[in-house]
Design a protein around this ligand. Structure first.
Ligand code: SAM
Length: 337
């Protein structure tokens, strides 16, 4: 269970001093299931991450993709890790708050909870706060003290924004939203121009690698992007709109496997879950990629040099080698027979 979510639930505990009643209806931004939420009469979750969205639905909760102009008397917010994204989620919460409604936020102290509480107070006036589990939960109720201009400035983070010195856009909170990831750039630079056939990009983000594949490799017939972050997928659609080869966009949790096999797979696999290093996630990507190569299929992936993918490759029985490296990255090639 997430400590921040446990702390958030304390705001609705019947015993506390600074607590609120369980509302008749609530929206949860960044929704993650919690046993106490099962007792709530009507809670709707919004969650851009596919793995977490699936977990929310598996928990029996209602999920919404497009919030439209709906409003709720209580909006819970469990923000991600980027400052711009967190402030944008405050603005989103405000936009979907019914008159006189309450925004409730919870964050770990290490994510800057105190600082964000102060920022919310600048926009909303009085904020009530409690601390537990090395996290803070704080809430503000809509009143004349709410300052629309502050929320307006934060709302920009809800839209794709230009990445400077490139023709790409990315949204706050998506992977490497302000710059091209150097690992992906290393992979793109060393990608053979001979890549061909049906191609998949796993963990495609906002589409930098996919764009490089389509630019560099004329024999690529079609490209499938698989990405867990729905916002990154939206940006990828914009970033790849000028290409005329068939492209499919899959909002998909790669760890669950792929629906079909490919001639070529390219990836810069993730190795973080939230703020925590999670090498197993990268290993799982590698296993899924190897299992999804068709006959004579080829996999190209980049990794930080210290990440021990070689162990997984050794036990795979597939042909593999390192085809490029510098002081930070290595490019690995795997062939299916
Ligand atoms: C290292 S980034 C690579 C991004 C991109 N390929 C690029 O061109 O820079 C890894 C990506 O994997 C995505 N990701 C993380 N876990 C995932 C999962 N379980 N399924 C699909 N995508 C995932 C992240 O959102 C992130 O966009």
């Amino acid at each position: 269970m997430l400590p921040a979510l446990d702390t958030l639930m304390l705001v609705f505990s019947p015993e506390g001093e600074k607590t609120l009643h369980v509302p008749a209806r609530a929206l949860f931004l960044g929704a993650v299931p919690h046993p106490a939420l099962r007792e709530w009469p009507d809670i709707t979750g919004w969650q851009p991450n596919k793995a977490l969205a699936d977990a929310w639905e598996r928990g029996g909760f209602v999920r919404i993709g497009d919030l439209g102009d709906q409003r709720w008397p209580v909006v819970l917010v469990l923000p991600g890790k980027s400052r711009e994204e967190t402030l944008a989620w405050f603005a989103m919460a405000r936009d979907h708050l019914a008159p006189g409604g309450t925004v409730v936020v919870a964050m770990p102290n290490t994510a800057g909870a105190r600082r964000f509480e102060k920022l919310l107070a600048e926009a909303a006036g009085e904020v009530v706060s409690l601390q537990k589990h090395k996290c803070r939960a704080f809430h503000a109720t809509e009143s004349d003290d709410f300052k629309p201009s502050v929320f307006d400035a934060w709302r920009a983070g809800l839209l794709p924004q230009d990445i400077s010195e490139t023709s790409f856009v990315a949204q706050a909170g998506t992977f490497s939203a302000n710059r091209i990831d150097p690992g992906s750039a290393f992979l793109a630079e060393h990608l053979p121009r001979t890549l061909q056939g049906t191609v998949a990009d796993l963990g495609a983000g906002w589409g930098y690698l996919s764009d490089a594949i389509l630019r560099r490799c004329p024999k690529v017939e079609s490209l499938d992007l698989f990405e867990a972050d729905a916002r990154a997928m939206t940006c990828a659609r914009a970033n790849l709109s000028a290409h005329d080869r068939p492209i499919r966009y899959h909002w998909h949790d790669v760890t669950t496997g792929l629906p079909e096999k490919y001639d070529t797979i390219v990836m810069n696999p993730p190795f973080h879950t939230g703020q925590v290093t999670d090498v197993d996630l990268g290993f799982r990507f590698l296993q899924v990629a190897m299992a999804s190569l068709g006959r004579d299929g080829e996999l190209f992936f980049v990794a930080n040099r210290q990440l021990p993918y070689e162990g997984v490759l050794e036990t795979s029985g597939l042909e593999w080698r390192i085809t490029a490296e510098d002081k930070t990255y290595k490019l690995l090639f795997v062939k299916q027979h």
